[in-house]
Design a protein around this ligand. Structure first.
Ligand code: COA
Ligand code: MG
Length: 293
């Protein structure tokens, strides 16, 4: 695997490990990361075959730039220990844990991974998709500050969250947005990356692009995807656009011209040193700097 760990996480595509055609496509796709799914996209009777396909995929040493993440079944499920064996064989960049409820779930996974990966090279990502996770989200995110823990990313599981809460998935997502914002807030407090949930209607790319823009404005690093057709617009929308880059450069230049100042104005807009820091991050390619209306 050749990927730079500091690279962005804009487009993150789920690929069912049970689908050989989809697995074969991975090397041709421009997704920043791929989540190879052993959980909900794989029917119970397909689990064993999917695990074998997954191991064959990793054994072939795919030479592609995407980060490779395996979504396992819950460790306390009937498939948990076999999935962990597959992780041991595959050595992905990270393991995505489904149905996380409490910090204890993350710590249990951390301990289980320590048995097979003492050097802690394999990261942990957490699905935030249960009402309990929403109530415990601050404590879960705080593990991101623990350098000994592996936690690196929250993934919004909006389909499960809607199922378990009764939240209606309206096209404008107005009833989901408060939960999504909580995820962003907690992730930032824990220095975690955070990814928006999937858009199920993969044929409606206009609605999808609007959802991506909303997610970016909410502070998400990127979006989880279900279909290759969703990758290109995700990468474009979550990347800094030329207008944003030009504005950032103007801020950097203005402060360079007025080095002693704490606050200046550019075209009638107040600009403080905190904006300078944001602009510098944006120019450095850091997604945290992408604050736009
Ligand atoms: N990853 C990689 N390739 C994919 C893909 C994915 N997620 N989804 C579709 N493809 C491939 C198909 O295999 C097909 O390949 P082909 O051109 O070689 O035949 C091509 O893209 C076009 O696919 P299409 O016919 O438009 O869709 P489909 O009916 O094959 O699949 C879904 C539709 C929804 C079943 C499929 O996109 C999918 O399984 N998505 C992921 C679901 C998932 O993981 N859910 C769990 C998390 S929410
Ligand atoms: Mg789920």
């Amino acid at each position: 695997m050749t990927r730079d760990p500091a690279a962005p996480l804009r487009s993150v595509l789920y690929v069912p490990a049970s689908n050989p055609k989809a697995l074969a496509k991975i090397g041709t796709l421009a997704a920043d990361a791929v989540i190879l799914d052993l959980e909900d996209a794989v029917a119970p009777e397909e689990k064993a075959a999917a695990r074998e396909r997954l191991c064959a995929f990793f054994a072939a040493k795919p030479d592609q730039p995407a980060l490779l993440v395996i979504r396992i079944n819950a460790l306390n499920s009937e498939w948990g220990s076999s999935d962990l064996e597959a992780v041991k064989a595959c050595r992905p960049d990270a393991v995505l844990l489904p149905k996380v409820d409490t910090p204890r779930d993350i710590l249990a996974a951390d301990d289980a991974l320590d048995e097979i990966d003492a050097s802690k090279r394999i990261g942990v990502w957490a699905m935030i998709e249960t009402p309990k996770a929403m109530l415990n989200i601050g404590a879960i995110a705080a593990l991101g500050r623990d350098r000994a823990a592996r936690l690196g990313c929250f993934v919004a599981g909006t389909n499960d969250l809607a199922k378990d809460t009764g939240i209606r998935m309206t096209p404008d997502r107005r009833y989901l947005v408060p939960a999504l914002s909580q995820m962003v807030m907690a992730a930032r407090a824990g220095s975690l990356a955070v990814l928006d949930g999937v858009s199920n209607d993969f044929r409606d790319l206009d609605a999808f692009a609007a959802e991506c823009r909303e997610a970016r404005n909410m502070g998400f690093d990127g979006k989880t995807l279900i279909h290759p057709a969703q990758i290109a617009s995700t990468n474009a929308i979550f990347a800094p656009n030329p207008k944003e880059l030009a504005e950032a450069q103007a801020i950097v230049d203005a402060f360079a011209d007025q080095p002693g100042k704490g606050v200046i104005q550019i075209n009638g807009r107040m600009v403080e040193r905190l904006h300078l820091a944001q602009a510098e991050r944006l120019l450095a390619g850091d997604k945290e700097g992408n604050e736009q209306p």
